[in-house]
Design a protein around this ligand. Structure first.
Ligand code: GDP
Length: 288
């Protein structure tokens, strides 16, 4: 899903989210493990203010395992409770109600001390587009939920989904806008498909991916595109070196125009598609 965000739209989304969060006990923030920092909403701290929070690193199958571990340590060092999940297969998902339970222990104790019986833990899933919110909600619900909101003219009453005995989840996720200001962040998000690629130049995204792979994933990159000698980037002539790699891939894959000129758009598309389709391997695009 790609949404165009405008300032007015963002302000409204923020207001609605703050309203929604009043009814819930735990905020579940979902991020894409390939870009765990870039896929966080810039205002999530403010929006989730005061509520206990669980950070779920989703799509762990698509990310570099070592980088995921490093990010998990990083977030935990910053005081966040972190869990790793694959919403598509369900890996790690059954841990969520217990993790949420732990986060509400203090609230429940307070109520019990006053003689009240605490209600189930109410949670909301929050994140930028494409991080896997709907997939996770469907997983937790254990069945496909009809997307009533997709039908025009139908007003939706939000509903609670029971997850196990202790947790209730809002059936609609909180959708927040991605970060826009940092061009590097933009490239990472565009590479994963979280922001409209029309907003960015295809070749620029592919260029960024090649550069990342030349630095961090040389073996997997060389193997996928059958590249013999990969250049070492040295910071000075990087542009030239990357263009040479572009050319090599173009020739190997037959992305040529008449006269044997390399079709850079086609090479770019191919690289982005291979990255998204996990043809190169599990890759992470940023490190703590
Ligand atoms: P939303 O916009 O945040 O609701 O994201 P969706 O739930 O629509 O998911 C976006 C895409 O990511 C879909 O193609 C999902 O199938 C895919 N997806 C979600 N979670 C995972 C995961 O853990 N692993 C993989 N490989 N794909 C996932």
């Amino acid at each position: 899903m790609s949404i165009q965000w405008y300032p007015g739209h963002m302000a409204k989304a923020k207001r609605q989210m703050i309203e929604k969060i009043k009814q819930i006990d735990v905020v579940i923030e979902l991020v894409d493990s390939r870009v765990p920092m870039s896929s966080r909403n810039p205002l999530v701290d403010e929006i989730a203010s005061g509520k206990p929070r669980l950070l779920l690193m989703n799509k762990i199958d698509m990310a570099d395992r070592r980088a995921t571990k490093a990010w998990q340590n990083y977030f935990e060092d910053h005081g966040l409770k972190v869990h790793l999940v694959n919403s598509q297969t369900g890996q790690g998902v059954s841990m969520i109600p217990e993790a949420v339970r732990q986060l509400t222990a203090a609230r429940r104790k307070k109520l019990e001390d006053k003689g009240f019986r605490p209600h189930a833990d109410r949670a909301l899933i929050l994140g930028i587009p494409n991080v896997g919110k709907s997939t996770l909600i469907n997983r937790l619900a254990g069945k496909r939920i009809a997307k009533i909101g997709d039908r025009p003219g139908v007003t939706t009453a939000q509903q609670w989904i029971k997850v196990g005995k202790t947790m209730e989840l809002l059936d609609t996720p909180g959708i927040l806008w991605p970060k826009f200001d940092d061009p590097q962040v933009g490239l990472r998000l565009a590479a994963t498909g979280a922001i409209k690629e029309e907003l960015l130049d295809f070749q620029e995204i592919a260029f960024f991916l090649i550069k990342t792979m030349l630095v961090h994933y040389r073996e997997a990159f060389a193997k996928r595109f059958q590249l013999a000698d990969l250049p070492e980037l040295d910071g000075v002539d990087d542009q030239d070196l990357i263009v040479k790699v572009f050319d090599q891939i173009g020739k190997k894959r037959g992305c040529l125009m008449s006269g044997g000129i390399i079709n850079y758009d086609r090479v770019s598309e191919l690289i982005i598609r291979d990255f998204r389709g996990q043809k190169i391997g599990p890759l992470t695009l940023e490190w703590p």
